[in-house]
Design a protein around this ligand. Structure first.
Ligand SMILES: NC(=O)c1ccc[n+]([C@@H]2O[C@H](COP(=O)([O-])OP(=O)(O)OC[C@H]3O[C@@H](n4cnc5c(N)ncnc54)[C@H](OP(=O)(O)O)[C@@H]3O)[C@@H](O)[C@H]2O)c1
Length: 336
């Protein structure tokens, strides 16, 4: 592949996120969406027709063997990611995998080793880190605009109906709030607060292993703290703020793809200075991530410096610790 050849993408899974992201991939000049892969021929053909894609696969092995596809965007439920991504990487395909990349840190590290050995690209689709607002916030924090970051508060929760999407409620698919929503809040804490020292959590997990909600506190070696709340039974507005010794960044909704933020600075008793920053959104918000991934693939990179595979593995390791703690206190009364 040269710097000038468009990356030819296949989307894996014909569900909600696949439908939402195809349009954004298409907005990237250096990408072509050429294929869909579904477990059903009917759904593959319907998706291909609806989105004008030339290729429809109902056999993942055949997709991996196709010489008309360079890269796979995996948009299937969490628990299926590892098997699909490893098969794709072994076949020499680049992989951008929906969050969370896998169910364990070891699985993600194994995929990372595989990608490096094969010389292909691998990344978790953590679009939050690529949003222009988050990039600017990170630059400001690095430049000392709020002083040393000390406290992050972030929340994200939706009351998912009991008959809502199976990926939230089926333990075999990795259901629960932590892997679906906690992945964002923990990634955010890891992004800004340095080296992790301590994890504490309280929450509710059903006997079948589906966690309903959790309040997490992460303590960092610097003494910085993150307070994170996630739920699939309660509405928690997708908001967050990062406070430092000289100011704060107050993210606008939605936290996982913020429209902007308020930069608050100043020392009491003087009134604070508030700078309101807004950033234009391209498509549904995935475009900056897709552009960065296309460029990295065309440069021959095996990962992206803004969201390396090791950062994904560290978040998964935190989620595994939290899940084990919640599992130790499963609650037979947890509803629904
Ligand atoms: N970045 C974001 O903003 C965002 C938003 C939502 C979800 N996600 C992530 O995207 C992934 C998929 O979420 P979604 O909301 O798109 O889920 P979804 O609507 O249930 O779609 C998932 C699709 O995966 C395919 N699939 C393959 N194996 C499956 C299995 N064993 N069980 C069920 N479906 C299977 C199905 O397509 P076929 O039947 O055609 O094979 C299904 O339609 C999750 O990992 C989630 O965390 C990300």
């Amino acid at each position: 592949m040269t710097q000038h050849t468009p990356v030819r993408w296949a989307v894996v899974g014909s569900g909600g996120i696949a439908r939402r992201t195809v349009g954004d991939l298409r907005l990237c000049e250096d990408a072509q969406v050429v294929a869909i892969c579904s477990r059903s021929r009917e759904r593959a053909e319907a998706f291909a027709q609806a989105h004008g894609l030339p290729l429809a696969f109902d056999d993942f092995a055949r997709l991996c063997a196709s010489d008309q596809v360079d890269a796979l965007y995996i948009g299937t439920p969490h628990a299926t990611h590892f098997a699909l991504a490893s098969q794709a990487l072994r076949a020499g395909k680049h992989v951008l995998c929906e969050k969370p990349m896998t169910m364990t840190a070891d699985e993600t590290r194994e995929l990372g080793r595989l990608a490096r050995a094969q010389g292909v690209f691998l990344m978790e689709a953590m679009w939050m880190k690529f949003s222009p607002a988050m990039r600017r916030a990170a630059e400001l924090v690095d430049a000392g605009a709020i002083g040393e970051p000390r406290l992050l508060q972030a929340g994200l929760g939706y009351p998912v109906p009991p008959d809502g999407p199976a990926r939230f409620w089926d333990p075999a698919l990795g259901g629960g709030a932590l892997y679906d929503m906690g992945v964002y809040t923990i990634t955010l804490a890891q992004m800004f607060l340095g080296e992790l020292a301590e994890i504490s959590v309280t929450g509710t997990m059903r006997p079948d292993g589906v966690d309903l909600e959790q309040a997490i506190t992460l303590r960092y070696t610097s003494g910085a703290l993150a307070q994170l709340a996630t739920s699939i039974t309660t509405l928690i507005p997708p908001r967050g703020w990062l406070g430092g010794r000289r100011g704060a960044i107050d993210f606008k909704e939605p936290l996982f793809s913020p429209a902007g933020f308020k930069l608050v600075t100043g020392q009491p008793p003087a009134p604070p200075t508030v700078e309101d920053l807004d950033f234009p959104r391209e498509g549904a918000g995935y475009v900056p991530m897709f552009r960065a991934v296309n460029a990295a693939i065309r440069e021959g990179a095996t990962g992206h410096p803004l969201h390396p595979v090791e950062a994904t593995a560290e978040v998964l390791s935190i989620m595994q610790t939290i899940q084990a703690e919640l599992a130790a206190e499963r609650d037979a009364r947890a509803a629904p």
